[in-house]
Design a binder for this molecule. Structure first.
Ligand code: NDP
Length: 397
């Protein structure tokens, strides 16, 4: 039985705290810490059993080390923002604690979506006998494990991979992002990029568009090519992949709002001086937009995230589609959060459980697709994210 420290009390932190609290046989003691302690206390009050809460600025390594020494966790689940990743990894090394997260480190001043900074910690974690598990959310996370599972059970060789992320939920508001607006907008306004024949191909934001008929009654949706961090790790760990792309659905109204915000400079990440103060436009915009956590009771409809994989087995070419659908209202009933936070928080709990049960325990820095997919896939079915698999007649073009 283990003691965990969860850092970050946003939309995802709320789900992770709920799900860990549900699995008492693994997560015996839980501490939830964030910059704002009142957010942790609010979440703690919703849970079926008692957890501890604390205030910490995870960018202040000595302050974090002090908290870790007090809590003495076996593992830190980092669901703060990508800017904190390296600071939390440093504190883990200093105190001898395992680490996991759901998003790659981002330097605050540039949107990069690269793993290189965290992969550079490989030797340090290995030498310390500690494990850092990277990207145990949904995408990256479940989509990465889906790829490993497909390779293990269905293919000798993967030729193409398309990750399709559909949010068919509607919150009824004119404009809001479903997770941290700053991260979300940085992701969407960046150039698109995909892997083809051993190199990256760059596209303009939203340049590549398709329509895909999603299962379980969702139907036809517009889907756009984006760069997403798991493409980097998946093409590294499955070098046979000839083409890897990531797609996300957006409605016309969402894109129109974003275009206007971009045109007027509200999505910028460079500080501007305003009445004697330095203001980062996108951070100011975040303050104006609805808190993603407040969308829970409003959002209706489903998400559907999965992979279409074309590959060969015993010389025969096959097209495989594996996905999860998740209902926003069902998530809200269970943990008072919408499906975007739920589909990230559940795999974060499962990744932590894999490590603490010793099923995924290996010193060093690892992405989830480097681990055995089978126990994780079993737990997805058990803890709220059941998956379906099917074979398609036509490739996704
Ligand atoms: P939120 O913005 O809702 O929450 C972030 C939380 O982190 C807040 O509670 C915030 O503080 C806290 N935080 C920020 N800075 C610090 C700091 N310096 N020290 C301590 N706590 C801090 O984000 P989400 O919950 O939506 O997302 C959490 C993470 O999950 C992000 O990294 C995001 O990129 C990732 N994510 C991953 C997905 C995946 O599928 N892999 C999908 C969606 C999200 P405060 O307490 O002051 O509010």
């Amino acid at each position: 039985m283990a003691n965990v420290l969860i850092i970050g009390a946003g939309g995802v932190g709320q789900v992770v705290a709920h799900k860990c609290a549900q699995v008492e046989e693994v997560f015996e003691n839980i501490t939830l810490a964030s910059r704002t302690k009142s957010k942790c206390d609010k979440i703690a009050a919703m849970l079926p059993r008692k957890i501890d809460t604390a205030e910490v600025d995870a960018d202040n390594v000595p302050e974090l080390v002090k908290l870790i020494k007090k809590v003495k966790p076996d593992l830190i689940i980092n669901v703060a923002l990508p800017y904190q990743d390296l600071h939390i990894m440093d504190a883990c090394l200093e105190t001898g604690v395992h680490y996991m997260d759901t998003a790659n480190y981002e330097p605050p001043e540039e949107a990069k979506f690269e793993y290189k900074w965290q992969w550079a910690y490989q030797e340090k974690f290995e030498k310390a006998g500690l494990m850092a598990l990277l990207g145990s959310g949904f995408d990256p996370g479940v989509t990465s494990v889906f790829t490993a599972y497909a390779k293990k059970h269905h293919f000798d060789r993967i030729h193409t991979l398309d990750i399709l992320d559909c949010n068919a939920g509607d919150h009824g508001l004119p404009f809001a992002t479903n997770f941290n607006p700053e991260i979300n907008i940085r992701e969407i306004t960046a150039n698109g990029r995909y892997w083809e024949n051993g190199q990256w191909v760059t596209t303009q934001p939203m340049e590549e568009k398709r329509v895909f008929n999603f299962p379980e009654g969702i139907g036809d949706k517009d889907i756009y090519l984006l760069y997403h961090e798991e493409l980097e790790s998946l093409t590294k760990h499955f070098p046979e992949i000839e083409r890897a792309r990531f797609w996300m659905t957006f409605g016309d109204s969402y894109l129109k709002h974003l275009e206007v915000l971009q045109n007027v400079g509200m999505t910028g990440i460079e500080p501007v001086e305003f009445q004697g103060q330095q203001i980062v436009p996108i951070q100011f915009l975040k303050e104006l937009l609805p808190d993603p956590a407040s969308l829970g009771p409003l959002t209706k409809g489903k998400t559907c995230i999965g992979n279409i994989i074309r590959g060969s087995k015993d010389g025969k070419e096959k097209i495989y589609y594996i996905y999860n659908t998740c209902d926003h209202q069902d998530c809200y009933q269970e943990v008072q959060s919408q499906a975007i936070s739920y589909t990230t928080g559940v795999p974060a709990m499962i990744g932590a459980k894999m490590m603490l049960e010793g099923k995924w325990m290996k010193p060093g820095v690892w992405n989830v697709e480097q681990m055995d997919p089978d126990p994780f896939m079993d737990d997805l079915n058990k803890y709220g994210l059941p998956w379906q698999e099917t074979w398609l007649d036509k490739p996704f073009q």
